[in-house]
Write a protein that binds this ligand. Structure first.
Ligand SMILES: Cc1cc2nc3c(=O)[nH]c(=O)nc-3n(C[C@H](O)[C@H](O)[C@H](O)COP(=O)(O)OP(=O)(O)OC[C@H]3O[C@@H](n4cnc5c(N)ncnc54)[C@H](O)[C@@H]3O)c2cc1C
Ligand code: SF4
Length: 329
């Protein structure tokens, strides 16, 4: 592991300035992604800015939104009373992720910025990886692919975005607030991520020295029901093969409002607008749910090893729509 400078910031503006001063510096929150990648020699920042002492630790309800500091841990957010009452989809996505030890270290800001688990990205001895070495090719497209993406994927990169929380948050229209050297801005999470096939080396629109300070989650209308289903190889401590975040408002057997996010399939946390279009105004029946799932996976791009994800993702979505709506076949 390459040696690096370690600096602890105590003020958000100071942290931003320290990052801005060094184009190769990186920030450190819980460290559960950043330190792993440094130990593996994938990332080699000469300077780490520890942001864990910044005043970004609160969860506060303001009107119809929940404001979550970037340094709130996954466990803390899962235990929040408003999340338990109004955002079951967020609570389930958090508690189905990682392990309790990791969730006590891992922060919300870091979770949204976690890097892909693609084995070729994480192994610097592999020369072909457009994400790590732009223009070098993609070892996964012709190699061993399984925990890879089928939506937003293509010849240049099929890396999966592995966050569960981000899948729930894209469905909720969450907004990421960031502070940079010149300005602060709010970015809708649906516009925050870039697809891997378009820009393998750039995963989101964050600029160097911009810090995530807060995530704002609009609360869904009362009477909305929600949930998160995660399908994986083993029942704990494992990333998703496929997952679905579903929010439904059903009245008189008709779906009045639908929000859907998909995980385990996208090079970014996937907002399933096609499914929402099919669901909204339709009867809450299994036939409707099958149509929605079909529409969602129509543009899938597979390689040998990832084909199974297409039918599995359809079934995952249908099952969660049935569970959340109460329409059990
Ligand atoms: C074994 C294992 C299993 C896991 N399983 C799951 C799972 O099932 N589901 C899931 O969703 N996740 C899973 N994770 C990922 C885990 O949730 C993330 O590693 C964690 O959330 C990252 O948060 P952190 O605070 O540790 O970030 P760090 O590792 O400190 O940082 C991650 C990245 O974000 C940047 N960063 C952090 N905070 C900020 C900020 N405020 N502003 C700007 N940049 C920032 C860092 O510079 C770094 O690039 C797993 C991780 C491991 C190691
Ligand atoms: S899928 Fe993306 S991250 Fe993985 S080897 Fe290919 S280019 Fe690299």
């Amino acid at each position: 592991m390459r040696t690096f400078d370690y600096v602890r910031a105590t003020d958000t503006r100071e942290a931003v300035r320290l990052l801005a001063d060094d184009p190769e510096a990186a920030c450190l929150a819980g460290g559960t992604t950043q330190l792993d990648l440094m130990k593996d020699g994938v990332l080699e920042p000469p300077r780490l800015i520890d942001i864990t002492r910044l005043p970004l630790h609160g969860v506060e309800r303001r009107g119809d939104s929940l404001h979550v500091g970037a340094l709130v841990t996954m466990e803390e957010l899962a235990a929040d009373a408003t999340v338990a009452e109004r955002l079951p989809v967020v609570r389930e996505a958090l508690l189905l992720g990682a392990s309790v030890q990791l969730r006590n270290m891992a922060t919300i800001g870091g979770n949204l910025l976690q890097r892909t688990r693609c084995r070729y990205f994480r192994d610097p001895t592999v020369p072909e990886c457009n994400k790590r070495a732009p223009g070098s090719g993609c070892a996964a497209v012709r190699g061993v692919a399984r925990m890879h993406a089928v939506l937003g994927a293509g010849e240049r990169c099929i890396a999966l975005h592995a966050s569960d929380l981000a899948v729930a948050l894209v469905a909720l229209d969450a907004v990421v607030h960031v502070q940079g050297p010149e300005r602060s801005r709010g970015i809708p999470l649906t516009e925050f991520y870039l697809t891997a096939d378009d820009s393998p080396e750039r995963e989101n629109v964050l600029e160097h020295a911009e810090l995530i300070t807060e995530v704002e989650i609009p609360l869904p209308p009362p009477d909305t029901r929600s949930g998160y289903l995660k399908v994986r190889d083993r029942t704990s401590y494992e990333f998703a093969l496929t997952s679905a975040a579903v929010l439904l408002l059903v009245a008189g057997g008709t779906i009045r409002r639908a929000r859907v996010g998909l995980g385990g399939v996208g090079t970014k946390p996937w907002r399933a607008y096609e499914a929402e279009h099919v669901l909204t105004g339709a009867p809450a029946t299994t036939a409707t749910f099958l149509d929605a799932a079909e529409a969602t996976m129509r543009d899938a791009w597979t390689v040998p090893g990832t084909e199974f994800k297409v039918p599995l993702a359809r079934r995952t979505l249908v099952r969660e729509l049935q569970t959340v709506s109460g329409v059990i076949p």
